[in-house]
Design a protein around this ligand. Sequence first.
Ligand SMILES: C[S@@+](CC[C@H](N)C(=O)[O-])C[C@H]1O[C@@H](n2cnc3c(N)ncnc32)[C@H](O)[C@@H]1O
Length: 353
Amino acid sequence: MAPWHDPALLDRLARVRAPWDALTARVVRAAVAKFVPPGPLVEVGAGGGQLRPWLPPDRAADTTHTDSSVPFLDVLRTRFPDAATKPAEVTALPFADGSLAGVLGLCVLDTLPGLAAARDEFRRVLRPGGVVLHVLDLATSPGGAFAELIVRGDFPLPNFAADPGVLEVVTEAQRVLLPVTDAFDEVLAVPWADFTAFVGMLKAARHPLAADLLAYADPADPVALDPDALAQRFMHYRNNPDRLRVLYRALLGVTLTARSLGRAWPLRGVSLRAHLRERLRRVFGDGFTVEFAGPVLAWEPADGENVLRHTGKTIPGATALPAATPVEELEGAKVAVPAGAWRATTVEVFAAR
Ligand SMILES: C[S@@+](CC[C@H](N)C(=O)[O-])C[C@H]1O[C@@H](n2cnc3c(N)ncnc32)[C@H](O)[C@@H]1O
């Protein structure tokens, strides 16, 4: 089954989103009000229709929801019987040239391998002044970023070096041997040539660390560099904490071993959201004017400790808010600053006209 056609995925997304629903809806409504002119709208990659209840009701009434997955659109119609839907590929939208005021998407442009073809189709269906508005409230799908990293000769590993469980068990002397990364960088990129040389050597020596790393990527495996297969494996590890812990332990051991042997093992932190932002800027920079690209923050007062959800990670006891545009700025309101404990989330917003 193709990764996006399993209706169980929609239940999982709804469960993860539910606690943050009100804050996410606030960001979406502010972005629609600020960037999207009046008129008919299409949503691409609508899935089970999560975006619909977050839209201002009059704009939801203007929206036709499309998706290449017919089972997903069946779910959408069951949830929202009055919604207009049409099955459609993002690159073949069933609308006349220049007929729409906006193209909306929620967590979809990050999943598309060929963004330029989608951009050209958006340009075709939009009227002059029409807008593409993409919002991303969850973790970024890694396939697009992985394809670009692999083409550049880099290989993506899960970022073990920012994991609190790893940092807790290393000594100060070991900690300085780890790469310095942002806690929200999901990926560590290593040159594929260095990966194959060092992991190949560990494999040949039957080093105990090798087996757990080879389960993630074996240099001898011809599909090791298939971005889609690797993205699915990466997500599988992220969704299985026990397996991820084993992989982190192997990556830590391999990194410390490489450093002690003086082997080439350079690791660079990569934020998938930042990568997507730059990719969207680059692709839409041709034919559109990018009006906004970055995280937007909404918060509410909370009892007890602070809780932050950012780039798909939820962090209880967070001590600081991430750098982001406050939602009040999009709303044209005065920016509010939390005085006590807060619950906060960021939504990555991209708008191009
Ligand atoms: C990560 S899901 C997001 C679904 C929904 N927007 C949400 O956030 O709950 C990506 C969606 O894009 C759809 N999709 C993927 N590739 C597509 C394509 N080439 N054309 C149209 N829809 C596509 C999938 O079927 C899926 O519904």
